[in-house]
Design a protein around this ligand. Structure first.
Ligand SMILES: *[C@@H]1O[C@H](CO)[C@@H](O)[C@H](O)[C@H]1NC(C)=O
Ligand SMILES: *[C@@H]1O[C@H](CO)[C@@H](O)[C@H](O)[C@H]1NC(C)=O
Ligand SMILES: CC(=O)N[C@H]1CO[C@H](CO)[C@@H](O)[C@@H]1O
Length: 309
């Protein structure tokens, strides 16, 4: 207990160091680093009917294609969490790998599938490896299974005559270049701030510069804040509601109920990332600010893509 309370005192400092490290891994993009931290500390903490609460699937779009960038990003994630799995979403993989475990009645055993992952595994989906071509019907079923994992945090094991549903708690990080085949809770478009002559050298130097004891602090930080309980007071709920009405006053289109829901998820994760177990006015404002920055990027991106021939 003393270890934990001692660590809580250090938490802000560790978070700042982790921010700095991830910003470097993300080629100087601090906003993307913020969202990756929120993603890493997310966890399904309850289910309301079938809806899992607490998950935060992140679509990191704008990742350079034909580059080792995603290899290095995965390497960083892998070092921060207890278990992780990387799936390259090539057409070949999606058409030929078995995603969902299936009961083989002849051999009388369960044939394993990719999505049979241990609880709390971080799943890294690399869509930058997606080439032009056709998904066959098995591939489409596989993508559907992946979509179900992301949206409902469950895998339906295939017992031929029936399916058995296995709830899971898997953080999914999608690295995409442009279009994505999968649903997500939030999309942040990467804006590299560095022009890199040599990615390999830069990343190797970066990984080498982080000491094992620093990495260990990062790991403790991520696992610890993931388990914190969170609640929101009536006063702040009221303030958030008033704020929502205010934001929609001038332009109701600018903010949907879904946007509000996402902002509350972000405010929750942001508070937890600071070791705060209840929402403060300050964190609510910060969450709103992050979202404004993120959405303005998405808008920019839309207009860039819209201008393409
Ligand atoms: C992921 O980001 C890309 C790039 O903006 C976008 O085209 C795609 O629809 C996104 N996927 C989802 C469902 O968020
Ligand atoms: C998964 O993570 C949650 C939250 O961090 C934790 O409460 C739970 O014990 C973990 N489960 C396993 C099997 O590690
Ligand atoms: C849900 C599922 O696993 N669907 C298919 C994924 O692809 C393999 C290999 O082609 C098929 O056997 C599965 O039926």
């Amino acid at each position: 207990m003393t270890v934990t309370s001692g660590f809580l005192g250090e938490l802000a400092g560790v978070r700042a160091e982790l921010m700095d490290y991830l910003t470097h891994v993300l080629l100087g993009d601090a906003l993307a680093a913020e969202y990756v931290i929120l993603h890493l500390i997310s966890s399904v903490y309850a289910r309301r009917d079938v809806l899992p609460l607490g998950k935060f699937t992140l679509n990191l779009s704008g990742c350079p294609q034909n580059s080792a960038f995603t290899d290095h990003l995965y390497r960083a994630v892998q070092q921060l969490v207890p278990s992780s799995f990387r799936l390259c979403m090539s057409l070949h993989n999606m058409n030929s790998l078995r995603f969902v475990p299936r009961k083989d009645y002849t051999a009388n055993r369960l044939v394993s599938g990719i999505l049979q992952l241990a609880q709390n595994t971080s799943l890294f989906l690399d869509e930058t490896k997606l080439e032009q071509g056709q998904l066959d019907s098995a591939g489409v079923r596989n993508i559907t299974a992946l979509g179900n994992l992301i949206s409902w945090q469950k895998v339906d094991y295939d017992f031929s005559f029936h399916q058995m549903e296995f709830p899971c708690n898997i953080n999914v990080l999608i690295a995409s270049e442009g279009r994505s085949l999968l649903p997500s809770d939030c999309q942040v478009h990467l804006q590299p701030k560095l022009a890199l002559p040599n990615l390999e050298e830069y990343m190797n130097a970066l990984h080498a510069a982080v000491s094992p004891s620093t990495l260990n602090k990062f790991r403790i930080y991520v696992s610890l804040v993931r388990t914190l309980d969170y609640s929101i007071t009536e006063d702040i709920t009221k303030e958030v509601e008033e704020d929502f009405v205010e934001m929609r006053k001038d332009d109701p289109q600018s903010m949907s109920a879904e946007d509000l829901h996402r902002m509350l998820v972000i405010a929750r994760l942001l508070s937890l990332s600071m070791g705060q177990t209840t929402l403060s006015r300050d964190q609510w404002m910060k969450a709103k600010h992050l979202e404004v920055l993120r959405m303005s990027r998405t808008e920019q991106q839309k207009s860039v893509n819209g201008n393409e021939p």
